[in-house]
Design a protein around this ligand. Structure first.
Ligand code: ADP
Ligand code: MG
Length: 688
């Protein structure tokens, strides 16, 4: 609420004056109000506060040098350029300009005393500076380090510096935090921190500044995290103020479902079911994220939630990101719930017109208590009679908008449906705290008993023959295997071609095996047919693209081969590996790679080899790729946190969260001012 109002207040200024070219460039950097400029902080600094003796100028470092030009000339080979040699008694350095303008040679005539600034590099004939900035020797040096700001094309550092200086003079730099909070969290004052970061004095360690370790940085990062926590708390408060139908079981459906299961629930599953049950019985909408590693058994937890809602007289929708996964849910939910008298409707984009009409009618009349499907569930035509619970599987695969759309179908007269999201991409605790603080989280942190860990092996591509033998052995022992085709991100057509080629090649090499092919472009019916054949054991080896990545559950498959594993992301590899090790049999995952490996790829494959713990993998993924990718919000194009680093600032985040609660409770005015300073136009990315 607060953020929405402050955003409006920021833009509603009456008639809008035409935007100048520099304003447009500033806006590109998100710089509109003085408050935006003051927190546009340097990426790094250059020390121009002292003169470096020429003999001590280090390669790769920015330096300010002063001395006499002892020689200069315009060369014509290999190309026209201006050279000058500067000497100061400690050494000599070449100054080089690749374009020669009129009058330029005159400025660097032999005999002149000059100051030159720039990055020193190793040239052919010793150290040199290309395109140095030249000024008169002996003039006053700046007293502070020179900030280098993030910028955009056509916007120079001096004009940014000037604009920021102006903003620093004009903007409100009052501390948004009361002394009690500053003291409790040992925070440096805001204004001093800000001035220090924009114009640091030369006694500050450049390394501390660059590493964001200086107390001034700590204050800024704290403020940023705090603003985010306040926004999330506000979103949460808004949700608690909404109404939802309290879903209290009306019969013994849930008990009958549990009694019918062929296995006992794990303690972690039971705990999640209890947490969800308590939420559903509340009069405000649940927003709960169910997290559990691949294979931890989230589906049955969702089924129990569905049973409770149905038992309370409400309808339930389950949306999955792929047709294969939706179809699998349909099978499982039907198997579990239909014998107990629950009618299930099926809705995807590829149904026949008649089947579609029938499904829509059953959903609209309320006859179908449960609707399973893909994104097709959120189309306008779909009307529920009484949607009380919305479940999304692999929630990070959906855009925020899609989830909201499904949710809207349950909105009626100010009443919202409950929401359960499931994710097998375990989100590290810091990330969950930073981005899902307005959701409750249930974690299934144990696997069903009897699973043997998947053995992971790294094989260079050259050892492919050994793998083919291994597949043969596995199949003779009555098992099945997956072969995941190399990822071709550039083109879907090429990806398809690769899959077909791989399939044909493997069929040729393994003539005794029944080899199936699965890819995203197969018609839905064929997909279902292939998955069915694999599940029933009529296919021994399933060659597939990553369409099998999420959720697919065929316990008899015990071998997973991933070709060109170095092209896949860590989370993706983990998901793929999770397709095996689902039954009691020993399973293996072979990562085939094409040497030589890049450093990053090596790290990734090493992580896969070293751990099978989804949370550990997610932590490493966060460190490697940053939060945007992990949360599936990279398309937003905007960094979610500019200064804080979730993999390094976990403690700070913890403190910010605590402080947000204190601030909201005891200092609401400060909280509002703080959000206003930090959250301009950014709040939308945090709502989900
Ligand atoms: P995921 O969390 O990856 O969605 P699933 O819900 O697909 O996992 O469950 C993986 C497999 O484990 C399924 O075959 C499921 O029937 C089985 N399973 C789930 N819970 C248990 C349990 N408590 N004991 C034994 N098997 C279970
Ligand atoms: Mg699943």
């Amino acid at each position: 609420m607060n953020t929405a109002t402050s955003r409006k207040a920021g833009t509603a200024r009456g008639p809008v004056p035409a935007e100048s070219a520099s304003e447009r460039k500033f806006r590109k950097l998100g710089l509109c109000r003085p408050a935006d400029f003051i927190v546009h902080l340097p990426l790094r600094y250059e020390d121009e506060t002292r003169i470096t003796p020429v003999g001590q100028a280090r390669t790769g470092r920015h330096a300010v040098l002063e001395g006499e030009i002892i020689h200069s000339e315009v060369q014509h080979r290999p190309r026209r350029q201006l050279l000058a040699v500067l000497e100061d008694g400690s050494g000599r350095i070449t100054l080089r300009w690749l374009h020669v303008y009129p009058g330029q040679h005159e400025r660097v005539r032999a005999g002149r005393r000059l100051r030159a600034r720039g990055e020193v590099r190793a040239g052919f004939g010793g150290p040199e500076i290309v395109h140095p900035l030249i000024s008169e020797a002996g003039t006053e040096l700046p007293r502070t380090l020179t900030p280098i700001y993030p910028t955009t094309q056509g916007l120079s550092q001096p004009s940014l510096r000037k604009a920021i200086d102006e903003a620093l003079a004009r903007a409100d730099l009052d501390d948004t935090l009361p002394p009690q909070i500053l003291q409790a969290y040992d925070l440096a004052p805001f204004e001093a921190s800000l001035r220090m970061l924009h114009r640091p004095t030369p006694d500050v360690s450049l390394d501390d500044l660059a590493g964001h370790r200086h107390p001034a940085w700590r204050r800024i990062k704290f403020d940023e995290l705090l603003a985010q926590q306040l926004a999330l708390a506000a979103a949460r408060a808004a949700r608690l103020a909404q109404r939802a139908r309290a879903l209290v079981p009306g019969d013994d459906l849930l008990d009958r479902l549990r009694a019918s299961l062929p296995f006992a629930l794990t303690a972690a599953q039971q705990r999640a079911i209890d947490q969800i049950a308590a939420d559903l019985a509340q009069g405000h909408p649940m927003h709960r994220l169910l997290q559990g590693d691949v294979g931890s058994g989230k589906t049955i937890v969702a089924a129990c939630a569905a049973a409770q809602a149905i038992s309370a007289g409400a309808q339930v929708a389950i949306m999955a990101p792929t047709e294969i996964l939706a179809e699998q849910h349909l099978r499982k939910f039907s198997e579990w719930l239909e014998p107990l008298g629950v009618q299930v409707a099926w809705l995807t984009g590829t149904l026949s017109a008649a089947a579609r009409r029938a499904a829509l009618a059953a959903i609209a009349s309320g006859e179908a208590r449960l609707a399973v499907g893909t994104q097709a569930l959120i189309q306008d035509k779909v009307v529920f009679r009484d949607l009380g619970l919305v479940i999304t599987d692999e929630q990070h695969r959906f855009g925020v908008g899609q989830r909201l759309d499904l949710n809207r179908k349950g909105e009626a007269e100010g009443v919202q449906p409950h929401q359960l999201s499931m994710s097998a991409t375990p989100i590290p605790r810091t990330l969950a705290m930073a981005f899902f603080a307005d959701m409750e989280v249930s974690v299934i942190d144990e696997l069903p008993p009897g699973r043997t860990p998947v053995l992971t092996k790294l094989f260079a591509d050259t050892r492919r023959d050994e793998i083919l033998t291994r597949i043969g052995d596995e199949v003779r022992a009555g098992r099945q295997a997956y072969w995941v085709c190399p990822l071709v991100e550039e083109s879907e057509a090429l990806q398809l071609q690769t899959a077909v080629d791989t399939w044909e090649r493997l069929r040729g090499m393994l003539p005794d095996l029944r080899v199936g092919l699965m890819h995203g472009r197969l018609p839905a019916q064929d997909k279902a047919e292939v998955m069915g054949a694999f599940r029933d054991g009529r296919i021994d080896l399933l060659v597939s693209t990553t369409v099998i990545e999420v959720g697919v559950d065929v316990p008899n498959a015990t071998l997973m081969v991933i070709e060109h594993a170095e092209r896949f992301g860590l989370a993706q590899l983990h998901q793929l590996r999770g397709r095996v090790g689902r039954g009691a049999g020993e399973s293996a995952c072979v990562l085939l790679y094409q040497p030589p490996l890049s450093g990053v790829a090596r790290e990734r494959l090493r992580a896969m080899y070293e751990t099978s713990d989804g949370f550990e993998i997610a932590r490493r993924d966060l460190a490697q790729r940053g939060p945007g990718e992990l949360l599936g919000i990279r398309q937003s194009g905007q960094a979610l946190l500019r200064f804080a680093d979730l993999s390094a600032d976990e403690d700070l985040l913890e403190q910010a969260r605590e402080a947000a609660a204190r601030l909201a409770a005891d200092f609401p005015k400060h909280a509002l001012a703080h959000q206003r300073r930090w959250m301009q136009g950014r709040a939308q990315y945090l709502r989900s």
